[in-house]
Design a protein around this ligand. Sequence first.
Ligand code: FES
Ligand SMILES: [Fe+2]
Length: 451
Amino acid sequence: MNAKGVPIAVINPDAPVESLEAKQPEVDNGVEIAGKEGYFSRDYMQREWDRLWTRSWLIAGVESDIPEVGDFFLFNIRDESIIVTRTEEGIKAFYNVCSHRGARLVWDDRGNRKVFVCPFHSWSFHNDGRLRRITDEEYFKPEVVAHRPGLKPVHCDTLAGIVFINMDDAPEQPLKEAIGLPDGYLEAYRIADMRVARHVRSEWGANWKVGVEAFYESYHLHAVHPETRGVMGDLNVQYDLYPNGASRMIVPLGQPSPRMHDQATVNEGLKMMLEDAGLDSSGFTGTAADVRRAIQQGKRQRAERLGLDYSRFVDGQLSDSWATGIFPNVQIGCHPEAVFLMRFLPHETDPERFYYDTMTLIFPVEDGSYRPPAWMGLPEGTDTTGRVRPATEHYSIEEDPNLGLVLSQDSALLPVVQQGMRSRGFEGQLWSEQEQRLRHFHVELERRLAR
Ligand code: FES
Ligand SMILES: [Fe+2]
């Protein structure tokens, strides 16, 4: 119970404390009202660049995008561009800039190169960053190039199939500590064995934090996404706070919202979820209250049939959405069959815009025997074989990125929030306990900016 006698939602009261499903101890982050300058001010944006973005572990991409030696992808954030590449000695990262006169080396989102050749005077570099050849080297005084200027490295590490970079010369913590999540949390999903099925980078009209905040709570579901009411237990959400700004919410799926009057009818949305789990919804004899459990059991049975291994997951993981936040700018929707990785990336110059970068990763399926849940919104006809890495789709602020109904509702709403917050009449956000992840995020943000 909280102070007002409202029960704190716990997904599984029987979960052992060491279980990843267990409710984490409460964290007291106070009741202060955060200022709103950070959503508009260019000074604040610069402070974030100097103290947050250039000094934090950031998700640059996924390992499965660079399986072969020579494979690379670019991670672009504000005016930095970083090459992440697989070398003979493992994955490394370098600033995407020539050591001669600073030209960008690579413009493609990804590719395979053993050697990077500069477009300006054709110096070349091995993909492990070593200088390979200086054009007309005999015209240089030896002292100028005696240090054999290679590509400048960026700290790079991997965790659970995800590649992180850190631009800090001496990162505050190693990645494994900085991440804040318990050991094995992300590893369970075997993201390294998944493949990107869709990658979309679209521009939205709000500060990047407005984006993070909207995806860190289920409080707005009833108002902004009313169609989720039939299938998401938006008031039964378990919120958990972890060290270093990390957090998650477990949203039970396959049950009507407690806000709904009708708690019995197996509505169309619930039927769709039963079908997604490989069950025949027309033959289902239970009520709405039985659907979540049926999804869990259905998936276990299907897993046996298809030779999938779900033994590492608790029942709740088979039905629910474990929306997991990694500070500062990531949320991963974790599901046994697929993960939805979203990054909120700051705009180059405008504090009132950001890039919403989403990757849907799935286990490749040759025969179409199952698909990622329909509500994940992969467009009809998406290749699920994992054989071809689809190109990143880039959308400007005017274009429709075709992200499905729920996300288009969010992209329409966020500018409304951004504009409203600008008003002299607005004095700062008032967070409820359904928004405790937002407060947790801001406490960590302020700590980093004060360094
Ligand atoms: S700037 Fe790259 S070779 Fe001159
Ligand atoms: Fe939303």
